[in-house]
Write a protein that binds this ligand. Structure first.
Ligand SMILES: CC(C)(COP(=O)(O)OP(=O)(O)OC[C@H]1O[C@@H](n2cnc3c(N)ncnc32)[C@H](O)[C@@H]1OP(=O)(O)O)[C@@H](O)C(=O)NCCC(=O)NCCS
Length: 157
């Protein structure tokens, strides 16, 4: 399969597919309604990757991030199991970085489950550093690692 996907704005029509990916990606998933609410906030940015296969398009993944004053907060990111390890998450991170730079933001912050090795590797690739621990942060009792990276265009190379 070639890497044929585009990054696009999330719309309400995407939400069934987004919620399905979410449900298979996280132990305590966000609901469809929660994504719907995100689409209504002006500080919330919601992108999808659309996998192009002839005439058909599937949602292959999504990212949700907020701009809060001069910070970007990355709230949710997942890629459908059929489309993982094809660079889609890296493309999302680059889009988030570009958006943050355009808005004049200084840093990106996020929380990640302590056991999520794939995500930790992804974020370290973009020079995120561990800056804190939220004990028993998730509903199932797992700790969250707080990570942050300084926003510079060097992150895109
Ligand atoms: C984490 C996740 C978003 C990565 O998506 P992806 O599109 O497969 O990631 P990419 O192909 O862009 O890979 C980017 C980097 O992430 C790391 N990575 C991704 N999957 C990995 C795996 N299975 N094992 C080890 N490292 C992995 C690697 O560093 C990889 O770079 P490389 O391929 O050059 O080694 C995806 O696995 C996912 O949706 N997981 C469930 C939801 C989740 O954990 N989201 C993050 C919440 S904080």
């Amino acid at each position: 399969m070639n890497n044929e996907y585009i990054i696009d704005e999330m719309t309400e029509d995407d939400l069934d597919e987004v919620a399905e990916i979410e449900a298979t990606s996280f132990p305590v998933p966000w609901s469809r309604d929660l994504f719907l609410r995100e689409l209504q906030h002006d500080y919330s940015h919601n992108l999808v990757a659309r996998w192009l296969d002839g005439e058909s398009k599937r949602v292959a993944g999504y990212v949700v991030f907020w701009d809060v004053k001069d910070e970007i907060h990355l709230l949710d990111l997942a890629v459908h199991t059929d489309f993982r390890r094809r660079g889609i998450a890296k493309t999302f991170l680059k889009r988030v970085i570009e958006a943050g730079l355009q808005m004049g933001c200084k840093r990106i912050f996020l929380d990640v489950r302590e056991s999520n090795e794939e995500a930790l590797r992804l974020y370290r690739h973009f020079r995120f550093k561990e800056i804190g621990l939220r004990e028993r942060y998730y509903k199932d009792g797992e700790n969250a690692i707080v990570m942050s990276t300084k926003l510079t265009s060097n992150l895109l190379v």
